[in-house]
Every structure is written in C-alpha cells, then in structure tokens.
Ligand binder design. Structure first.
Ligand code: KQY
Length: 366
C-alpha cells in the first residue's frame, strides 16, 4: 500500500467522529508483566469480555504477539479475527493509526510517530519500536494507503474529533515537552488541522487528575457525543483535586464555539469515587527499570468518559461504584439508539487506561 507524503486536507479526507459507522475495531492483547499484573492473565479475561461485546456489533480483530497467539486464539470466539502482530503493549488507540475518509467513501490511514508517552524523557516503557510500527502495519492489513505523519508524535487518545471540523485535545498532553518539543502551540495546531482536516482545535487545559501515564489524554476527560455536544468528566466534591480540573475545563468549554460556530452543550459525567491501587494489586506487577511503577496507594485516573462508541452500542467501563448507575442513565439518554454495554473494568484501569484506550475503530467509508 502507498505511503503518502501529501496531507488529508490537501486530498479532501477528514477524520470522522467515532460515532459515525465503523467497518470494524482493533484491540491488542495484554501480556507485559511490568504493566499488567500476573502476566496479564486477569486483564486478558476482561479484554476478551470487551472483544466479545464489540464482536456482537462489528467485525473485531485481536492483534497478538507470537508467544500469546495460541492462548488468545483459544480464549476468543470464532467470530473474532486473531492476527499475529508484534507489539510492546496493548494500547492500540495510542500506538495504532487514525483513519480518515473522503466524500466518495475512500478510507486512508494516518501513521503518527509513537514514543511510549514521552520517549527517553518521560516515556512509560522501553523499548517501543514494535508499537511505533503498528500504524503502518494495521493500514496494510486494512488495504488502505497511509499518510506518513511519523515525524509528529501523537497518541490517538490525545484527540477527539466531531467529524464536522472540530478537534478537542488537552494542553497538558499535546504541549508536553516530551512529545514535539520543537513545535509551538500554533505549529501543533496547524499540524492537527492539516492531518485531521479540521478548522478548529479546542484546547482543554488539563486531563483527569493522576492520568500521569498519558499526560492527561482527552479521551479520559471529554468526548463528543455528536457535533455540538460533549460529555465532561466531573465531580461535585470541592475537596477532590479533580474538581478544579473539571471546573477549569467546564469554564473553557462554556466560552468557546466549535468550527461551525455552535456553543457546546456540556454534559457533566460524574467520575467514580477515588480508586486506589491496593497492595495486592501492585504486588502482581513486575518491577522493571524504565517502566512506570504501579504503586500501592496511588490513585488511578478512573473516569466513565473512557467509553467506546461503536455501531449500535457504547462499551462503558464501570467500577462497582455508586456512580455507575448515574453514568449508565446519562449515556442511555444521550445515545437513545445505542445499547449501553457495561464492563467491570478495574483491571484495565490498573494497567493505566480504559476501554477507549484499548480500542481503535476503522470507519466504514461508503
Ligand atoms: O490510557 C491510555 N491511553 C494508555 C495508558 C498507557 C498506560 C501504560 N501503563
């Protein structure tokens, strides 16, 4: 497949909203013992659960390292395609490609640079060479030509688009000195405009409290329900450090318009109560030089915003928390035509992310 040096904007391609129709979804199989406790065994069960839900609604592909291929194949149903693909960790939202479409229904990929959330400065695992190759490999598997954006470090979880000219991101992540240190905010914004083919970039200052693995990815903090309408991670507890982050984002979003000049409708999506890594959970993770440790007593960046929007469904992480029910209710109201499929997702959160971070959609085109 071709590697393109032009940009989606020049060629009339745009990144669609996640809520637009998909041709399928990718997930990477978890296994690294310095991130997933007990060699990923508990996480694998939850990834299977997520994959089984997605496979009910759209074609589902699981990518897996050679040494786990047979195990993954045996744990997954025959309705899931399992493909061997070398990888360093299991966050295909971030290491995989983004996809763009044109008006004729053609689909192309964008292969961003990937440096494990900060390279040699603040990256959270080493090495990341297999993950950096995933964008191009997945595009090949999809038979789509690929825009070469490898000079620009970007994780897919650090952006959301409304498919209608607007991108939303966080300053905390995209302006972090370990991503694209030689670029100014204006240059980063221009790059996003060219590759996502958007006219406007909205910059929330910070992501969710303690989302330190990712430097505050937007996909844990805010998401487009549809153009003009967002959900925002929220707490009413003024003593919670999350409060000032949520209020700051709310005030910002209340005072901007999107690319089409609309004021945003903002839905507050209350976070679960603080979720803390236990001694037992931390004890199951290998301690390795160069990998961010998962320490007992650390608060995790729990948020319901990290859900995945698929064809006819929402895959929503829940935490056995009193706010689970509120989240389900709000999302069912916001997505009346989609079934809310819940997954008890503490195990994914223990790895540092959630359902949105482990999934990557391929748009249908026409
Ligand atoms: O949340 C994500 N997008 C991924 C975080 C990676 C965590 C690795 N420990």
């Amino acid at each position: 497949m071709k590697r393109l040096k032009s940009t989606p904007r020049e060629d009339g391609f745009r990144m669609p909203g996640e809520f637009e129709k998909h041709a399928g979804t990718y997930i990477l199989w978890p296994q690294r013992p310095d991130n997933w406790r007990y060699g990923g065994k508990p996480a694998q069960k939850v990834f299977v659960e997520v994959a089984n839900i997605i496979a009910k609604y759209e074609p589902m592909t699981m990518l897996v390292n050679q040494d786990q291929y047979v195990n993954a194949r045996n744990m997954l149903g025959p309705n899931i395609r399992v493909v061997e693909m070398s990888n360093n960790d299991s966050w295909v939202r971030d290491s995989g490609p983004s996809f763009v479409v044109d008006d004729k229904g053609n689909v192309r990929g964008i292969d961003w640079g990937f440096n494990a959330y900060g390279g040699l400065v603040e990256g959270i695992y080493y090495p990341w060479d297999f993950d950096d190759l995933l964008g191009g490999k997945i595009c090949d598997l999809e038979w789509v030509d690929t825009y070469d954006a490898s000079e620009f470090i970007l994780e897919g979880g650090s952006i959301h688009v409304d498919g209608d000219g607007t991108c939303i991101t966080t300053e905390e992540c995209l302006l972090a000195p370990d991503r694209n240190p030689s670029m100014s905010k204006e240059e980063v914004e221009e790059y996003l405009k060219k590759y996502l083919n958007v006219e406007k970039v909205l910059w929330i200052p910070r992501g969710v409290y303690m989302d330190e693995d990712t430097n505050g990815h937007v996909d844990n903090m805010c998401n487009f329900v549809r153009p003009g309408e967002v959900v925002l991670a929220w707490t009413d507890d003024v003593n919670d450090p999350q409060y000032e982050r949520s209020v700051e984002a709310y005030e910002y979003l209340s005072n901007v318009t999107d690319a089409k000049g609309r004021k945003l409708i903002i839905h507050k999506l209350n976070c679960p109560s603080p979720l803390i890594i236990t001694e037992e959970e931390s004890g199951g993770v290998d301690s390795v030089e160069g990998t961010l440790p998962r320490k007992p007593g650390d608060r995790m960046a729990g948020s319901y915003v990290n859900y995945y929007t698929g064809n006819g469904f929402i895959a929503l992480p829940i935490f056995n928390d009193p706010n689970d029910e509120k989240a389900i209710k709000l999302l069912q109201e916001l997505y009346p035509d989609r079934k809310i499929e819940t997954v008890y997702a503490r195990e994914i959160l223990l790895g540092g992310g959630n359902i949105h971070c482990i999934t990557q959609q391929v748009p249908l085109g026409k």
